[in-house]
Design a protein around this ligand. Structure first.
Ligand SMILES: [Zn+2]
Ligand SMILES: [Zn+2]
Length: 144
């Protein structure tokens, strides 16, 4: 069966069986994703997290590396979490870190509580007091 050839909705080049050429479709998808960042949290992001957890398990076994307030300990309940939380301005596709569920939850709560200070420590380990890299606002830290 022959598919219909029609002009691409983007660039008007003739395309077969699709509303857009490959290039225009890619641009369109990117724009759609930019408008709906929650799409990142869907299928692909879940798979990415599962892969990160599986890699961690293959390398270290059922082991939680802990966090600032909790030393490393064995745990089978591992989850992947953003190093820098999306809610705090991190990229949805940013680096992930594997911890147990309770450490991740405790750390998130702690971060939400101490947002400014802990972020300063994480992003600027030796900040000069005269020139702070991060300004603190009421609704969270903003990288200057
Ligand atoms: Zn096109
Ligand atoms: Zn843990």
């Amino acid at each position: 069966m022959r598919e219909l050839i029609r002009p691409c909705l983007g660039c008007k080049r003739p395309v077969r069986g699709k509303p857009r050429c490959v290039d225009c479709q890619r641009v369109k998808d990117l724009a759609k994703r930019a408008k709906r960042p929650d799409l990142h949290n869907d299928h692909a992001e879940r798979q990415r997290r599962a892969r990160v957890v599986a890699d961690h398990r293959a390398l270290l076994g059922d082991w939680c590396p802990g966090w600032a307030k909790q030393p490393a300990h064995p745990s089978a309940d591992l989850t992947a979490d953003h190093v820098r939380e999306v809610a705090k301005g991190g990229r949805p596709d940013g680096r992930l870190v594997v911890r147990c569920r309770s450490c991740n939850a405790a750390r998130s709560a702690h971060l939400a509580h101490m947002a400014g200070r802990i972020l300063t420590r994480m992003t600027a380990p030796d900040p000069s007091p005269a020139e702070p890299a991060i300004t603190h606002l009421d609704d969270g830290p903003v990288v200057a």
